[in-house]
Design a protein around this ligand. Structure first.
Ligand SMILES: Nc1ncnc2c1ncn2[C@@H]1O[C@H](COP(=O)(O)OP(=O)(O)O)[C@@H](O)[C@H]1O
Ligand SMILES: [Mg+2]
Length: 296
C-alpha cells in the first residue's frame, strides 16, 4: 500500500487512499454521436494566481472520436489537458472561468483521482512511467481505481496491442523511449477510461515509431470505443488519426475543422505541416503568422 501511495504521488494523483469502485467504461463499438462527451466552454486558466494562460478556450470532443489539439510550443495545450484532468491543482493552476462538462456533468475543480474515477485518464508528456518498477507493476498502477477481478485479463489485452512490452519483463527504466510511450498508453488503458488525454505521444520518437504508436492509438479507439483528445506539435501525425482538430495560439483556439479541412488549409500547411515533414522550420514562421493575423 505504501508503495502504491508513493507511486500515485509520482503520478500526481492525490487522495489515492480513498479507493472505491470505478464505474468502468464498458468497451463498446460506437459511432460518433452528436452530444459531445467532453466540452470546454470559454475556459480561463491562471497559474500562481496571476499568470493568465488560457484565455477563453472552447473545444468539443464527441463521444468515440479522436480529436487533435494542435499548436506551437507554449500555446497552452498541456495546460488545457491538465485543466480537464484536474492535474492543474498540482501546479498551482486554477480554472478561473468557464465550464468543463464531461458526460453531462461539470467537472471544474474536481480532484484528479476523482476525475480518473469518472473515466478520464491523462497520459502525461514525457511518458512518466515509474522507472524502478517493472512493466507489469506500471500497468497495475493504471488500474488503481478498480477492484474488479479483470485486471490480469486487461494486462493480457494491453500486451496484445503492444506485444513487445510482454517480452520486457524487467524494470521499466530500461525500456526504450518508444516502449515507455507504449507502456504509458497501456497504463491508461488499464483504468478502462471513457476518455484518454494524450500529451504529445510522438515526442522523441523516430518517424517509424510515431507511425506505429499512432496506428495503435487508432486501433484502441476503434476497438474499445475510447474517446481520445490528442495534443500534438506533430500536426501531420495527429491529423492522420483524428477526425477533427483545433489549432491553438496563445491560450485560444484560432482555427478548427475536420482533419481534412485542416490538412487542406493553406495556413495550416504553411505553419504546421511544413515542408518535408520538418516541423521546426514551420514554427519559426510564427512571428510572421502573428503579424498577418489571418486567423484572428
Ligand atoms: N506550472 C506553471 N506555472 C506557470 N506557468 C506555466 C506553468 N505551466 C505552463 N506555464 C506557462 O503556460 C504557457 C503554456 O504552457 P503549456 O500549456 O505547457 O503549453 P504547450 O503544452 O502548448 O507547450 C507557457 O507560457 C508556460 O510557460
Ligand atoms: Mg505541452
Amino acid at each position: 500500500m505504501q508503495q502504491l501511495t508513493r507511486c500515485l504521488s509520482l503520478l500526481a494523483l492525490p487522495g489515492a487512499d480513498n479507493m472505491s469502485v470505478i464505474e468502468a467504461a464498458k468497451p463498446s463499438l460506437i459511432e460518433t454521436q452528436a452530444a459531445p462527451l467532453l466540452s470546454a466552454r470559454n475556459i480561463e486558466v491562471v497559474y500562481d494566481k496571476v499568470i493568465l494562460v488560457l484565455r477563453g478556450l472552447s473545444i468539443d470532443v464527441p463521444k468515440g472520436a479522436i480529436v487533435a489539439l494542435l499548436g506551437a510550443n507554449g500555446a497552452g495545450k498541456s495546460t488545457t489537458l491538465k485543466a480537464i484532468s484536474g492535474l492543474l491543482k498540482t501546479e498551482e493552476g486554477e480554472v478561473t472561468r468557464g465550464d468543463i462538462m464531461f458526460d453531462g456533468e461539470r467537472i471544474n475543480g474536481i480532484d484528479p483521482d476523482k476525475i480518473v474515477r469518472r473515466g478520464i485518464f491523462q497520459v502525461m508528456e514525457g511518458r512518466r512511467i515509474i522507472s524502478d518498477m517493472t512493466t507489469i507493476e506500471n500497468l497495475r498502477l493504471g488500474a488503481f481505481t478498480r477492484s474488479d477481478g479483470d485486471v490480469s485479463a486487461d494486462i493480457d489485452m494491453v500486451f496484445r496491442y503492444f506485444p513487445r512490452l510482454k517480452e520486457r519483463t524487467g524494470l521499466a527504466g530500461y525500456l526504450s523511449g518508444g516502449e515507455q510511450q507504449m507502456l504509458a498508453i497501456g497504463r491508461a488503458m488499464m483504468a478502462r477510461p471513457k476518455m484518454i488525454l494524450m500529451d504529445e505521444p510522438s515526442m522523441g520518437l523516430s518517424p517509424l515509431l510515431v507511425k506505429e504508436v499512432f496506428a495503435i492509438i487508432r486501433q484502441i479507439n476503434r476497438d474499445l470505443g475510447v474517446t481520445i483528445l490528442l495534443v500534438e506539435q506533430n500536426a501531420r501525425a495527429a491529423l492522420s488519426v483524428a477526425s477533427h482538430g483545433y489549432i491553438m495560439e496563445q491560450g485560444k483556439v484560432v482555427l478548427d475543422g475536420t482533419a481534412d479541412e485542416l490538412r487542406d488549409n493553406e495556413d495550416v500547411k504553411e505553419f504546421y505541416l511544413g515542408g518535408a515533414g520538418d516541423q521546426r522550420k514551420s514554427f519559426k514562421n510564427l512571428k510572421s503568422f502573428k503579424r498577418r493575423k489571418r486567423w484572428l
